[in-house]
Design a protein around this ligand. Structure first.
Ligand code: WTA
Length: 631
């Protein structure tokens, strides 16, 4: 029997407490017992090797495996004919797809052979810049199967952002599509790839999936249609043997400094943790239909559309569209149509749909849903209650899952129906996770009713291993603020009952509709406009997006706000366009020339009653002027 999920699923509060205690007392024993159930070509010789100083973390040392044997081959005997991926297209009138484990296995093998035939092998980096079609997941798994390292770039990023990522990882291949349907729009994805490749030299082949039948230019010798490339390729492939610590993927994410960094995850630990967290947080039972509405371009799509669910033998839905197309009832229509049991989305989507009122919800039954989940940003109490009452019908557990690209999987969350729900609280750590709250000096704040910075003090299997090509940056960003701890960049509070509440970022990262944006990254993009002298970007509270982007800009001329927005769109993508641009004559600076963002944040948040001490400013007069002109 290959299905060991029953044995790993925690089924009561008491079992959670016991399991948690056991996992903390002896993390190595705990994780190695779970890993034992999986298919390994060779067992590991040592479960964990680590220090947070360098940092150096290795799980399942010397173990050999291929993750796709665990998410595909292993299931063929028990559930070969069960649907693995249910695909729901952008247009509700187009026919979707149901792909069984057997069919998915064949597709992945076939595409593995295709990539090899086109010159890609173990260790090569492959960029996936595709719409939400099953082939995007097939591409990820085919990379994993042949040992190539995938780096999925969200298809909403601009050609310039795509070029930066291709260059950073020196990708050999790009997998893309002719176009992307998103709501009523069609996006020219291939055109963006062509533009990006003018600024790069490493890419040898581009494989293009035909989705929109848009007229595209195919470059002779470089570009091949997906359907031509897979023709005559065998659907049998022996997976490459990988080391536990070989790279599985790179995913770029924003930090508080300049350019995005490539977070690196490796094969063994990521496999164990995404499987275990998926199973327990969502309480997935065989034959349930699970739907996560994220895009595979983000970590949520990696861990909880593709890897976690398929490792657990689940049926996972991939949705190509947007929540409001053709109308604001689309999510709920899809839930009824596919009889969804677990539904996982972002607070920004909930708030946007809440704004459309109850009518689009009431048209649908939503009676198959047993678990609802939230991810990506703090969920405010109003949205929590709306979601719980109208989608969860007041009875479904709502799992508020806190985690990060760097953590690989869910770290703090209720286990649905097992541990208690508390509005707007991520609540309790998963087994094996040791969160602590520290003060500014790194002293642990013990007990309840404490607030500070959130750190993790012991490695878990899917912790990031490095930032691609720049280990020092990884050390600096996550392991140097506090000694011997992983620093998350988030603030948190442990309330009087001992439940954790995430308060949001304490660094210069803003969270716009659940997407991370570095303020420096947006500033760099704004500064590309030839008439811009200097800029400063901060976040401000936004009803739907959670946080909006507010840019204070010193420019040579007036009236260039829209041009600045277009520049940002071109440099990063539409998601980074500032919501508000204020042209100013100066920016508040300290005597050493540092911009006082604290002041700008207060102005952007309309919280100007108490500006704090401005006497250390070089130019205090500018503050009054900025307040007068603020939104
Ligand atoms: C925020 C997304 C509050 C947090 C999986 C974190 C959250 C950043 C939650 C990571 C949550 C994510 N409650 N805040 N449930 N989930 N965040 O890398 O600030 O895109 O540091 O990973 O999102 O964003 P990332």
């Amino acid at each position: 029997m290959n299905d060991f999920t029953e044995a790993h699923r925690i089924s009561s509060l008491l079992e959670y407490t016991q399991t948690y205690d056991r996992s903390i007392k002896d993390p190595e024993k705990f994780w190695s017992e779970i890993a034992d159930s999986f298919t390994w070509r060779k067992k590991w010789s040592k479960t964990l090797e680590w220090n947070f100083k360098d940092p150096n973390v290795k799980w399942f040392v010397d173990g050999k495996l291929n993750i796709t044997e665990n998410l595909l081959d292993r299931h063929l005997e028990d559930r070969g004919d069960q649907v693995a991926i249910l695909w729901e297209p952008n247009d509700p009138n187009e026919k979707g797809q149901s792909i069984t484990y057997k069919e998915l296995h064949a597709k992945v093998c076939q595409f593995s052979n295709t990539m090899i035939a086109n010159g890609v092998g173990k260790g090569d980096r492959v960029i996936i810049y595709m719409p939400m079609v099953p082939e995007a997941a097939v591409a990820m798994m085919a990379c994993a199967r042949i040992g190539a390292v995938h780096s999925v770039v969200f298809a909403g990023f601009s050609s310039s952002a795509l070029a930066d990522r291709i260059n950073d990882c020196e990708a050999k291949m790009v997998l893309t599509a002719d176009g992307n349907f998103r709501g009523a729009k069609t996006i020219d994805v291939k055109g963006l790839v062509d533009e990006a490749l003018e600024k790069t030299t490493s890419v040898e082949k581009v494989i293009v999936y035909q989705r929109t039948k848009t007229d595209v230019k195919m470059k002779e010798g470089r570009d091949i249609w997906w359907h031509d490339a897979i023709m005559n390729m065998s659907d049998q492939h022996d997976a490459e043997e990988m080391d536990s610590e070989d790279l599985l993927f790179i995913l770029y994410t924003s930090g508080s400094t300049g350019k995005p960094k490539g977070v690196v995850h490796t094969c063994g630990g990521y496999m164990i943790f995404t499987y275990y967290s998926f199973l327990n947080v969502f309480q997935y039972k065989p034959r349930d239909i699970y739907w996560c509405t994220a895009d595979v371009g983000w970590i949520t799509g990696h861990s909880y559309i593709v890897y976690g669910p398929l490792l657990a033998g689940a049926t996972t839905i991939m949705f190509e569209g947007v929540p409001t197309y053709p109308d604001a009832g689309r999510f709920w229509e899809v839930c009824d149509k596919h009889k969804v049991n677990q539904f996982y989305t972002a607070p920004t989507a909930i708030r946007a749909l809440q704004a459309h009122g109850l009518e689009p919800v009431q048209k649908h039954k939503l009676d198959t849903i047993t678990v609802i989940g939230s991810v990506g940003e703090p969920i405010n109490e109003e949205a929590w209650h709306w979601y719980h009452e109208h989608i969860g019908k007041g009875k479904c557990p709502l799992v508020d899952t806190w985690w990060q690209t760097e953590t690989g999987g869910i770290m703090i969350s209720a286990l649905a129906g097992i541990t208690p729900n508390k509005p707007a609280h991520a609540s309790l750590p998963l087994p094996g996770i040791q969160p602590i709250i520290v003060d500014a000096d790194g002293n642990e704040l013990e007990g309840n009713n404490v607030e500070g910075n959130l750190c993790i003090k012991h490695p878990w299997p899917s912790i990031l291993r490095t930032t691609y090509g720049d280990h020092e940056r990884c050390r600096q960003t996550y392991f140097s603020t506090y000694k011997n701890m992983y620093f998350t960049g988030d603030g948190a509070k442990r309330d009087h009952d001992g439940y954790l509440r995430i308060l949001g970022r304490v660094d210069d990262v803003i969270n716009v509709s659940g997407h991370r944006m570095g303020t420096a990254e947006v500033e760099n993009a704004i500064d590309e406009h030839p008439k811009v002298v200097e800029s400063a970007v901060v976040g401000f509270p936004h009803d739907i997006k959670g946080q909006g982007i507010y840019a204070f800009v010193i420019a040579e001329t007036d009236g260039i706000e829209e041009e600045i927005r277009q520049t940002v769109k071109k440099m990063i993508g539409p998601i980074a366009k500032p919501d508000h641009i204020q042209l100013v004559s100066g920016l508040p600076k300290t005597r050493s020339g540092k911009i006082m963002r604290r002041i700008l944040r207060k102005i952007a948040s309309k919280d100007t009653d108490n500006m704090g001490d401005t006497s250390t400013l070089l130019n205090p007069e500018v503050v009054e002027e900025i307040i007068k002109g603020a939104h």
